[in-house]
Design a protein around this ligand. Sequence first.
Ligand code: HSE
Length: 313
Amino acid sequence: MSKKTTGREVKAFAPATVANLGLGFDILGLALVGPGDTVTARLVREKGVRMGSITGDGGVLPNDAGANTAGIAAAATLRRTGIKEGIELDLEKGLPIGSGLGSSAASAAAAAWAVNRLLGSPLRRVDLVEPCVEAEEAVSGRHADNVAPALLGGLILVQSLDPPDLVRLPVPEGLSVVVVTPDFVLNTRDSRSVLPESVPLKKVVRSTANIAAMVSACYSGDMALLARCVTDEIVTPARAPLIPGCGEVMDAALNAGALGSNISGAGPSVFALCRSPISAARAADAMKAAFAEAGLESTALISPADCPGARST
Ligand code: HSE
């Protein structure tokens, strides 16, 4: 054991997430199975939060705890507990940065979870949302649609951000998600900078109707209604030009039988919602082929739509 540490440490994992689900910009998100970020938090003698090692990031993330989401979320969590301790974080990135899979949120959620556990869990899981939102705000924008499902798991509606009011939606049985990630980086800040400042009322009305219908479809399990809701005229048209082949990839998913398809988070990943894992596998092949047509290599992830959030490992 290093002289600096006191020996206590907690390792935590937080999953990838799909934010927006096309129709719910900044208010809908769900957790995925499989890849995610892992943070080990340990008590050290010197007060405050600092970064230890960072791996899997290709050397691009800052070592300054005040500049990366794991460090910011950890410090905000520590502050919220009122406990004066020294904490060092090791961050293992399992998610590609700037991919639309909620990479910054996964780091924040894993760090917040690890710190809270390390301190004896003085905070509830839901209390970790605000520290994680603080971290998201510092790097990309103030939104909880990745951090909420990364922490809580499942499909989450962000009814309010300040203060957080989070609603868990039921997930229709069998609902599966495909996320196809092309091989290029799209910074969330850049992807937010192209969004319209104002929106025609008619589009707002259609968007509100889609969100209301989607919530109803979640409760009733009406997949046909769900299929009619996953569409967006506000954010997607502004962002699609940033992603080569975006429209073709979404069309390929629908032609392969997906219920709906859209940009995952801020992109460049594209997701599809499907009735079953078999339907999801068909959509994944079609979506990858469409990205290849646009000259992009891609990888596909198939996941149930109701997956757990942050946890100790
Ligand atoms: N709702 C956010 C956005 C998610 O679309 O910008 C970013 O991952």
